[in-house]
Design a protein around this ligand. Structure first.
Ligand code: HEC
Length: 185
């Protein structure tokens, strides 16, 4: 009995030592936060330094949905989607821009998590809405962050777009959300 207890203790100590010796882990909450910071920074930089500058300040090039045919700049939401598609070719996580007031109906929320998350960040934009979820046998850490009208260009365009279900967005208001799905073990 005593030998067994000593054996168990030794095994526990060994496991603890191995854990200590390994590289430090980063919790999924933190990984999502880092990824979101990059997505958000790229999105705001593109909206301000490329779209807003060339379209509204220099007035040399517009942004439009049919950017290839019209030889214009892609919209900020299209840039995000193209980047997300490309990232998915090399890394197994997903991200997307969605909204309950979507111009493009493919950007409407599709799951309970997305609907609940959009409602939650509309009320408390500072805090991401997150939880663990299992789909198709794979466990994911899901996080949804508020997407706000950071510049006048956002509200000008959405409020005047014929496909937009809302025409009263204000500067700083939540217009949708960025959803991130990270596969976890
Ligand atoms: C020149 C017009 C224009 C500007 C500027 C613009 N958007 Fe959009 N936005 C659109 C269009 C059109 C779509 C739908 C296109 C798509 O995703 O295929 C869209 C999509 C979105 C979506 C996804 C839901 C939807 O409506 O389909 C969100 C959220 C969003 N925009 C927020 C913003 C924010 C925040 C800004 C400012 C940083 C911004 N938009 C700037 C036109 C614009």
């Amino acid at each position: 009995m005593k030998t067994r207890a000593v054996g168990t203790l030794l095994a526990l100590l060994l496991a603890a030592a191995c854990r200590k010796a390994g590289p430090p882990g980063v919790p999924p909450e933190r990984v999502a936060e880092y990824l979101h910071a990059v997505i958000e920074a790229d999105r705001a930089t593109y909206a301000e330094q490329v779209v807003h500058r060339l379209q509204d300040v220099e007035k040399v090039l517009k942004a439009s949905e049919r950017f290839k045919e019209e030889k214009t700049l892609p919209l900020p939401s299209q840039m995000l989607r193209m980047g997300a598609k490309r990232a998915q070719e090399t890394a197994p996580f997903r991200y997307a821009l969605i909204s309950e007031w979507a111009i493009n109906k493919a950007n409407l929320p599709r799951t309970d998590f997305e609907r609940e998350g959009l409602a939650a960040v509309a009320k408390a934009p500072e805090k991401p809405y997150s939880r663990y979820d299992t789909t198709g046998g794979q466990r994911y850490f899901m996080a949804l962050y508020a997407d706000r009208a950071v510049s006048d260009a956002c509200i000008e365009c959405h409020n005047h777009h014929p496909e937009s279900p809302r025409h009263d967005f204000q500067r700083g208001e939540v217009m949708g959300g960025v959803v991130i799905a990270l596969p976890v073990e």
